[in-house]
Design a protein around this ligand. Structure first.
Ligand code: GDP
Ligand code: CA
Length: 323
């Protein structure tokens, strides 16, 4: 079975780990979000690709869900001693090796897709990991220039600054996916979508993880045109984003922080949608939008729970395929 999944960082990779456990023989292609990418200390950092690579390659710091296990921070301490910015985004020593190599290869002219493949040679994530595009796409967040939000003046900051430095506490007026409308899918992306038996949208942030991938015009068109059923899992449980601050991002695009709100955001692409059992009363509303919906437990408490979720998603895909 060929499965193609779109994925952000933590939510995406925890789900994918369960998927590989549930169907170890499946051929899985992951289309990763690169709109979180940022240049820090001259280095190209791809947080979501790395989270997928480290999680599936057994190199993740499990307690936080991102970064390398067994990490040390000597370089970050030295940089801080120089007063080097940005200190709100700490890069561990082990992690830095990844960014050094990536930056070096990009500088030598390799596209991000080739760099990602080279990095995955070491990590053997068990999936084919493709960046959504080799072009530069960056999520920017428009916030009030005066900080507290009432003046008309506004400024755009990098998504990471809003998320990591400001903890998404400053209200976002708009989210702008800079470069997305010009971006073309990375090599292999469109084939992975058209050749898939099933297309999955894991419980990743709908606005800043899945959103940017689908904002690459040809990616969205390919998912829409795909013969395979498209099944997603709600990243919202009982009106809350489980972990992280996805509610702040949803608010910025005017979508309610509910399992149904996210389903409606993707309704034109979805054949099936899984909500958590606490959201069972939303099933009817979602089915009214033309999306087959069932309620199952969606807490990824451990890899087995994530495996059960992926089995439920694949079962739902089979059901909608038969319709
Ligand atoms: P990021 O790039 O590291 O922020 O990770 P993703 O975008 O892949 O996923 C983050 C989202 O995953 C969060 O906004 C949550 O809504 C969702 N999430 C995290 N843990 C769980 C879980 O256990 N169950 C469900 N259903 N969603 C989760
Ligand atoms: Ca991310």
């Amino acid at each position: 079975m060929r499965i193609t999944a779109l994925a952000g960082g933590i939510g995406g990779s925890r789900f994918l780990r369960g998927l590989l456990r549930a169907v170890p023989d499946a051929e899985v292609t992951v289309i990763g979000n690169t709109a979180d990418d940022i240049t820090l200390h001259g280095l190209h950092v791809s947080p979501d690709l790395d989270t997928v690579m480290y999680t599936l390659g057994d190199g993740i710091e499990e307690s936080q869900g991102w970064g390398r296990s067994g990490e040390t921070f000597a370089v970050a301490e030295e940089l801080a001693a120089y007063g080097a910015e940005a200190q709100w985004f700490t890069l561990g020593d082990r992690d830095l090796a990844t960014h050094l190599l990536r930056t070096q290869m990009l500088g030598a002219g390799y596209p991000l897709s080739a760099v990602t493949e080279a990095l995955c040679d070491r990590w053997r994530p068990g999936v084919r990991l493709l960046p959504m595009t080799d072009d530069r796409v960056e999520t920017h967040v428009v916030v009030p220039a005066d900080g507290d939000g009432d003046g008309p003046a506004e400024k755009a900051i990098h998504f990471q600054e809003w998320w990591v430095r400001l903890h998404a506490e400053v209200p976002a007026r708009r989210i702008v996916l800079v470069g997305a409308d010009q971006a073309v899918p990375a090599p292999g992306v469109l084939d992975a979508i058209s050749a898939a038996d099933v297309i999955l949208l894991p419980p990743s942030n709908p606005v800043v993880s899945i959103g940017p991938i689908l904002a690459v015009p040809d990616v969205r068109d390919a998912v829409k045109a795909a013969a395979a059923p498209v099944v997603g899992l709600s990243p919202i449980i009982g009106g809350s984003p489980v972990r992280g601050m996805a509610d702040a991002a949803l608010k910025a695009i005017g979508v309610p922080t509910t399992a149904a709100g996210v389903a409606e955001l993707f309704a034109d692409l979805l054949d099936g949608w899984l909500v958590d059992t606490v959201d069972a009363d939303a099933v009817q509303q979602i089915e009214a939008a033309g999306v087959r919906c069932i309620a199952v437990p969606l807490w990824m408490t451990d890899p087995d729970a994530a495996a059960a979720m992926s089995r439920a998603a694949l079962d739902l895909a089979e059901e909608v395929r038969a319709r």
